[in-house]
Design a protein around this ligand. Structure first.
Ligand SMILES: CC(C)(COP(=O)(O)OP(=O)(O)OC[C@H]1O[C@@H](n2cnc3c(N)ncnc32)[C@H](O)[C@@H]1OP(=O)(O)O)[C@@H](O)C(=O)NCCC(=O)NCCS
Length: 169
């Protein structure tokens, strides 16, 4: 039997509850203590740069992007990325990342950062930020702080604390 096809769609306002439940199932209550969550709490995601994966009408995955700054440089924070367990390992996660990154690039953004596993995100063009160049507002394993340049050389000369970008709201 072949896998049912999935589609990637822009996030809609009425997806919020299903996405919140997906986050709760995936990350549990401990998610609020994570540095990336603490940043996102202070800066809402950008719906036009956030996507869901659906199989039929069922929401099976989500990725969000939020505006941040690294020092003075504008960037986007990718996450959370989540796929419902029964629907993993069929390319949905990478398809969500690629759609969000492509849309960000098309809208003129230059950098996307995230906290995650380099072996996974490396396949979508993310690489480790050299230790000490960018600092999350809380403890993060530096090996998991990754960046993707949407424009060649966009990360050159960028450094500093990572914080919400209030000017983008
Ligand atoms: C991580 C996650 C989004 C991947 O979704 P997915 O739809 O299964 O991903 P894909 O199908 O696009 O990719 C699967 C591939 O990535 C690999 N992979 C999955 N998680 C990985 C990880 N943490 N590190 C390295 N490789 C990983 C799989 O082994 C598989 O490899 P293959 O293509 O060689 O078989 C999903 O497992 C998930 O929701 N996990 C819980 C939440 C999470 O950890 N989110 C990321 C941190 S923000």
């Amino acid at each position: 039997m072949t896998d049912p096809a999935f589609t990637i769609l822009p996030e809609r306002a009425d997806d919020a509850l299903a996405i919140e439940r997906l986050h709760e199932r995936t990350f549990g209550p401990g998610r609020y203590a994570k540095s990336a969550y603490r940043l996102r709490e202070r800066m809402p995601h950008r719906p036009e740069l956030s996507f869901t994966a659906r199989i039929g009408t069922l929401l099976v995955g989500s990725v969000r992007l939020s505006p941040i700054r690294i020092g003075e440089a504008q960037a986007l924070l990718l996450g959370p990325l989540t796929v419902e367990p029964p629907f993993r390992e069929r390319g949905i996660g990478h398809a969500l990342i690629e759609r969000a990154v492509a849309e960000a690039k098309a809208k003129g953004h230059r950098l996307v950062v995230l906290v995650g596993d380099e072996p996974y995100y490396g396949k979508s063009g993310f690489r480790r930020i050299p230790k000490g160049l960018a600092r999350m507002p809380g403890p993060v394993d530096p090996a998991r702080l990754l960046v993707c340049e949407l424009v060649d050389g966009a990360f050159a000369g960028v450094s500093g604390p990572i914080r919400p970008d209030w000017s983008a709201s």
